[in-house]
Design a binder for this molecule. Structure first.
Ligand code: ZN
Length: 68
């Protein structure tokens, strides 16, 4: 049985993730514009992607040595 993936996010990252998913949904559904992210938002969301890659058993980059 595949194990579930659990993400633990600080509040700022959770807000960023909510906003980007909401805006993507509105963009796909109705062509609403997507707000460019700040450098801080991009950095926080980049860490989410990296953590998600590792949780899914994927390397976050070709040289990744974060996996156990
Ligand atoms: Zn990695």
């Amino acid at each position: 049985m595949e194990r579930d993936i659990v993400l633990r996010l600080d509040r700022a990252t959770a807000e960023d993730l909510y906003a980007v998913l909401y805006e993507l949904g509105e963009h796909v559904a109705a062509g609403a514009p997507v707000t460019p992210m700040t450098a801080e938002e991009a950095e926080r969301l980049g860490h989410v992607l990296q953590d998600l890659d590792h949780s899914l058993g994927r390397k976050c980059n070709p040289y990744c040595d974060h996996l156990e």
